[in-house]
Design a protein around this ligand. Structure first.
Ligand SMILES: Nc1ncnc2c1ncn2[C@@H]1O[C@H](COP(=O)(O)OP(=O)(O)O)[C@@H](O)[C@H]1O
Ligand SMILES: [Mg+2]
Length: 240
């Protein structure tokens, strides 16, 4: 099956010097892939080149068969590529419901908007239960649920998640990973970056290791979890 996303020899950086030094990666449609690697390896940078926040210096990124080079972030969003950044991105003083609706601000068709919102609420019932509360009054895990619901209003094909579990308590973390599985079960493709590599790989179909600006290893999440070298370098010595 043709991949939904192909990165070919991506070179990218911010100033002098390259952070990504020829990144190759293929993502299959409907799969969850977890990108791991040391702090500062360039994991977030990979996501930025895909969503269009950063222009690669060399290489190609294809979504289905379409070259993304030259397309703005907005154009990529229209293709169904949604980037959820690491930092909390809800408007804290706005209600949960209004935050959810901001996901659909480009949708003119009211019927379509309602369908999308209904679907998002079905997947993330907290949006209805806590609809009137200020988003900022929710816990970190609850806010992440609303953020994911908001991306669903955009009907994304490819969801880029940067450290979705960061700063969350264990229970909320589990919930986020369960939600990610659920997104994939409804046909979305997910590429996530995780510091909690063990949980991220456990939730993923595939894992990729980014190191020194290149993808060193791609395997199933389960195989990476079993790989002693990966365990030693990225998962913490002791199995939990
Ligand atoms: N906006 C930026 N301007 C300059 N340097 C940056 C910027 N963002 C990230 N970097 C640098 O690029 C490198 C990779 O960063 P990043 O992709 O955030 O790594 P990771 O997500 O793997 O921790 C780091 O050395 C970081 O300091
Ligand atoms: Mg990062």
């Amino acid at each position: 099956m043709a991949p939904i996303l192909t990165l070919d020899s991506i070179v990218a950086g911010y100033g002098a010097g390259d952070i990504l030094k020829g990144v190759d990666l293929q993502i299959g449609a409907g799969t969850v892939t977890c990108l791991i690697g040391p702090n500062g390896a360039g994991k977030s940078t990979v996501l930025k080149t895909i969503s269009g926040l950063l222009r690669p210096r060399q290489g190609s990124i294809r979504f289905h068969e379409q070259e993304l080079k030259g397309l703005s972030s907005k154009a990529r969003l229209r293709l169904g590529i949604v980037h959820v950044p690491q930092d909390r991105s809800l408007f804290p003083a706005m209600s949960v419901w209004d935050n959810l609706l901001t996901g659909g601000y480009t949708i003119r068709d009211q019927k379509l908007l309602r369908e999308r919102v209904d679907r998002a609420v079905e997947a993330f019932p907290i949006c209805a239960k806590r609809a009137r509360e200020h988003a900022g009054s929710l816990s970190g895990g609850e806010q992440k649920q609303v953020e994911l619901a908001r991306t669903l209003v955009l009907d994304p094909a490819l969801i880029l998640l940067d450290e979705p579990s960061i700063g969350l308590d264990p229970k909320s973390r589990q919930q986020v990973f369960a939600s990610i599985r659920q997104l994939a079960a409804t046909g979305r493709t997910v590429l996530l970056v995780e510091q909690n590599a063990r949980s991220g790989l456990a939730a993923a179909d595939y894992g990729a290791v980014l190191e020194s600006g290149v993808v060193r290893l791609v395997a199933t999440g389960a195989d990476l979890l079993d790989n002693p070298e990966v365990g030693r370098l990225y998962l913490g010595a002791a199995a939990r």
